[in-house]
Write a protein that binds this ligand. Structure first.
Ligand SMILES: [Zn+2]
Ligand SMILES: [Zn+2]
Length: 387
């Protein structure tokens, strides 16, 4: 029977918005579920970020793209080339350069999820860079109601390692429920408002074993000479009948962890029903109004003017992120996707720390809980809530 993941951990590989800097790279976030790695967004140079992190690139099984803006997808083609034993260009003197990359179609395909256009982007990027991949990938697209349920946004035939099993997933009641599901975890998604189609993802661990109190069971097991190994069955929530007819029930299973990863947004309301009681929400906070803290603040700026400008570009302020986290009852809020104005070295730079603390405080005031401002290479454990 299934158990909880030993570890659920987030590692921020890139926390910049439009402009990367020496301290913040373009968007990417790794979610480690035990030894599996799922990636959310893949901005430029994500492969390099992975090489400098403790996340094992070869363990990446799934890649979820929130939207096809370059700062979230420019790193996908090189990552695939690295991940799928790829090679660029033709080998010298080769008649058919494809002979130089043996293809292993039996390997499980790396699964990519994203909005309409993701499949065409990958196909085109691989084709025109003459990229040769050694194992398969597949792209599942999350289609909006007004988008065609068929077709790929391109007439180009699939790359020879693109699996034909890519789905075009239609909405049900305004969301994309269970786009992925196995015995231990499921993923649902919802459209969130940005300047282009954008998807927020909700990763939900299946119910996990409840807390077992051995004192409740062991005397009964001993009394009836039942092997104590049966405890592992009870621990999983199972029931047993003892030799004298007594029935013992294990503790009820309890909800697993819920991780909500939003992309760029000025209004993620559509994801609220899926995101309720999240253990952690990752929400962008591109721009902030920080008079007296950020020396670049202009005299005529007000919070209202900053919020209006931020929304007009499809983004959020820390306060907007805090309001969302409160609305869904999140246990924890992590901010990312910061303007290049907000340096990502607040662990060593006092000035940057003051600014990031002020940004966190603006969100916390609305949210009422603790807020973490992500910096690159930061890892955060997502613990199961206390039973
Ligand atoms: Zn962005
Ligand atoms: Zn964007």
């Amino acid at each position: 029977m299934r158990g909880a993941f030993t570890d659920v951990q987030l590692t921020f590989l890139g926390t910049a918005s439009a402009q990367p800097s020496t301290t913040r790279n373009h968007s990417s976030l790794a979610l480690r579920l035990g030894s599996d790695v799922w990636l959310f967004d893949c901005g430029e140079a994500t492969q390099h970020r992975l090489q400098h992190s403790t996340v094992k690139m070869g363990k990446i099984e799934k890649i979820f793209i929130t939207h096809t803006h370059g700062d979230h997808i420019f790193g996908l083609i090189p990552l695939l080339a690295g991940l799928l034993n790829g090679a660029g260009g033709a080998a010298d003197g080769a008649e058919d350069p494809r002979d130089y990359v043996p293809i292993d179609l039996d390997k499980p395909a790396v699964e990519i999820y994203g909005p309409l256009g993701t499949r065409a982007y990958v196909r085109t990027g691989l084709k025109y860079t003459h990229s040769l991949l050694g194992s398969p990938y597949v792209v599942h697209e999350l289609r909006l109601p007004w988008e065609s349920p068929t077709g790929d946004h391109t007439e180009m035939p699939p790359h020879r390692v693109e699996s034909p099993s890519g789905r075009n997933i239609q909405q049900v009641d305004g969301v994309w429920p269970n786009i992925y599901q196995d015995a231990r975890v499921s993923v649902s998604a919802a459209p969130i408002l940005h300047s282009v189609p954008c998807v927020g993802y909700v990763v939900l661990e299946a119910d996990v074993p409840g807390k077992i109190d051995p004192k409740k069971y062991i005397p009964e097991l001993k009394r009836t000479k039942t092997p104590l190994t049966i405890m592992s069955h009870l621990q999983q929530g199972g029931s047993i009948e003892l030799s004298d007819g007594t029935i013992l029930h294990g503790p009820p299973r309890r909800p697993g962890r819920k991780v909500v990863v939003l992309g760029d947004t000025y209004d993620p309301s559509a994801i609220v029903p899926l995101a309720l009681n999240a253990d952690v929400v990752i929400h962008e906070a591109t721009n902030a109004h920080l008079p007296g803290v950020d020396p670049a603040t202009k005299d005529d700026e007000t919070y209202e003017s900053v919020e209006a400008r931020t929304k007009s570009r499809g983004h959020s302020t820390p306060q907007m992120a805090g309001i969302f986290a409160k609305r869904v009852g999140a246990r924890r809020l992590i901010l990312n996707h910061f303007s290049a104005r907000y340096a990502g070295n607040d662990d060593v730079d006092a000035e940057a720390r003051t600014v990031m603390q002020a940004i966190g405080a603006l969100a916390a005031k609305e949210y009422g809980g603790d807020v973490v401002c992500a910096r690159d290479f930061m890892s955060v454990n997502v613990a199961l809530p206390a039973p």
